[in-house]
Ligand binder design. Structure first.
Ligand code: NAI
Length: 250
């Protein structure tokens, strides 16, 4: 295994499941010390134990909790190199502009977008201290194109993540802090399986648009995160990094 992340400290939100869990495994395999953050205490602790890292149970929408996460990571490991801001929730049922209520809309913005603002706000000062860092924010392919499946609150939240990542990437480029938006296509995780269980035809509708004719596995997304986190991506910032099986190119 490549050890390009040896000695680096990574904080991963949403590490108990799906893309976050696969990334915890991948970054640890490449030598990073990993701090797993999640609301889900049982699976979060399991993930941390598996990668020989630390688990912090936190709600990424809680400002004080997020501040404390990065403090604890730096207290434990001395520095912060990588922040993978990835925790998120799927769209509410029938997420159309005509049906989505304000409370559901606000909840999606809070978990998918405000959380990323908070994670960046409290990660960046630690990175500035040593003049280097890589932040990867999970957006989605729906941030760059219409998805043809009603998901107005979700798409808007991911568009916000994309714009914020670009803005931060430009703002901190001369301080050695790279900020990129990761835009996965559909990935075979509990989040996607739950959506398809509610609406089985959604899977077929979605698959038609994937030139590769399949959904991604979480490991394929984790490999892209590891690249963006590493010095192999040293000239890549403020970028929209699509890992989507060709959807956005079709
Ligand atoms: P998942 O449901 O498998 O994992 C999400 C994790 O985030 C869970 O462990 C959950 O407990 C945690 N989480 C949710 N709310 C939280 C909160 N308030 N505080 C702390 N932790 C919280 O989902 P998956 O598929 O791994 O998604 C990860 C990210 O990737 C999400 O931001 C999602 O929107 C995004 N994404 C997923 C795609 C897919 O097809 N699965 C496609 C494009 C983007």
């Amino acid at each position: 295994m490549i050890t390009r992340l040896q000695g680096r400290t990574a904080v991963i939100t949403g590490a108990a499941s799906g893309i976050g869990l696969a990334t915890a495994r991948r970054l640890a395999a490449e030598g990073a010390r990993v701090v797993c953050v999640d609301l889900d205490a049982e699976n979060g602790a399991k993930a941390a134990a598996e990668v020989n890292g630390r688990f912090i149970q936190a709600d990424v929408t809680d400002e004080e909790a997020v501040r404390a996460v990065y403090e604890e990571a730096v207290d434990a490991y001395g520095r912060l190199d990588i922040a993978f801001n990835n925790a998120g929730i799927s769209p509410p049922d029938d997420d159309s502009i005509l049906t989505t209520g304000l409370a559901a809309w606000r909840r999606v913005q809070e978990v998918n977008l405000t959380s990323v603002y908070l994670c960046c706000k409290y990660a960046i000062p630690h990175m500035r201290r040593h003049g280097k860092g890589s932040i990867i924010n999970t957006a989605s392919f729906v941030a760059v194109m219409g998805a043809a499946t009603s998901q107005i609150s979700y798409s808007a939240s991911k568009g916000g993540v994309l714009a914020m990542s670009r803005e931060l990437g430009v703002q901190f480029a001369r301080e050695g802090i790279r900020v990129n938006a990761l835009c996965p296509g559909p990935v075979n995780t509990p989040l996607l399986r739950e959506l398809f269980a509610k609406d089985p035809e959604r899977a077929a509708r979605r698959l038609v648009h994937v030139p590769m004719g399949r959904f991604a596995e979480a490991d394929e997304i984790a490999a892209a995160v590891a690249f963006l986190a590493s010095d192999d991506a040293s000239f890549i910032t403020a970028n929209t990094f699509l890992v989507d099986g060709g959807i956005s190119g079709a």
